[in-house]
Design a protein. Structure first.
Length: 264
């Protein structure tokens, strides 16, 4: 659906160019005709047009997801994970989001859980900060108040525009309690789903849904969008297939050398 949107845009652009070429040819032709110097439109006419053409490109998704459990100083600015800048923080403000307080064993369980949610996709989940390249930073820990959103009942928050948001910072607050690992894991996967363009779905088992009914995964079937009732999806379509949309966004996981060797 979204690819179609961009295809339509580029087709529209093509149509606009063609129409403009004809228009300029006609205008130039009229002027030259009036001046008695009519000629076919030349290269200069075209290069003026080319400068005016806007090219629409779908943003490429970041293929690394970095889970950060350390305290993090975030600044309000357009998303830039490498610079600790988040569009979710008020511009110019800065907050120190506290460390995720859990044992190493607990953290490893959380990391493993998030990896399992994205196991089928070509994306790397790590708790080591990448030295270069683009990546999504998931700041785990703290509360909504940690980023200036006190009183908001949020498990987490992420930037969302229906397309990929590369280099984004996502927040997954520590929800504590008995189901701590499962809840925090699902929140992380849900918020990351948003930066890959997924809307809320209205199907309990899906990670992108608000309903509670035990462990969730990215469901592979068409689902209505919605929070507490069904509504059309953000891209105006009537359904979303979370698993399939993610697959198209990220591609399927490629088997690594070790698992290839073991299959021989
Ligand atoms: Zn959400």
């Amino acid at each position: 659906m979204r690819r179609l949107f961009f295809k339509t845009l580029s087709m529209l652009t093509t149509v606009v160019i063609l129409v403009s070429v004809v228009a300029v040819a006609a205008l130039a032709g009229t002027a030259r005709l009036r001046a008695g110097k009519w000629a076919l439109p030349n290269r200069e006419d075209l290069s003026v047009l080319v400068k005016e053409v806007v090219t629409y490109e779908e943003p490429q998704p970041s293929k690394t997801i970095y889970l950060d459990r350390e305290a993090l100083q975030v600044m309000g600015a357009p998303d830039n994970a490498a610079k600790n800048q988040s569009s979710l923080v008020a511009p110019g403000q800065s907050f120190l989001v506290p460390r995720y307080k859990a044992s190493n064993a607990n953290w490893q369980r959380l990391l493993g859980c998030v990896q399992s949610k994205f196991a089928g996709y070509d994306v790397r989940i790590t708790d080591q900060r990448p030295a270069s390249g683009d990546y999504i930073l998931v700041k785990v820990g703290g509360t909504p108040a940690s980023i200036g959103m006190a009183g908001k009942p949020l498990g987490g928050i992420a930037p969302f525009n229906g397309f990929a948001v590369p280099n984004a910072i996502v927040f997954a607050f520590d929800q504590g309690g008995q189901m701590r690992t499962q809840n925090n894991c699902q929140t992380i996967a849900h918020e990351v789903g948003h930066v890959y363009g997924l809307d809320h779905s209205y199907q309990c088992k899906d990670i992108m849904s608000y309903q509670q009914c035990g462990p969730k995964h990215f469901v592979d079937e068409p689902m209505a969008c919605g929070e507490h009732e069904a509504r059309p999806c953000e891209d105006q379509s009537h359904s979303q297939n979370s698993a399939d949309d993610l697959l198209r966004m990220l591609g399927a996981r490629r088997p690594n050398a070790a698992s290839l060797a073991s299959r021989r």
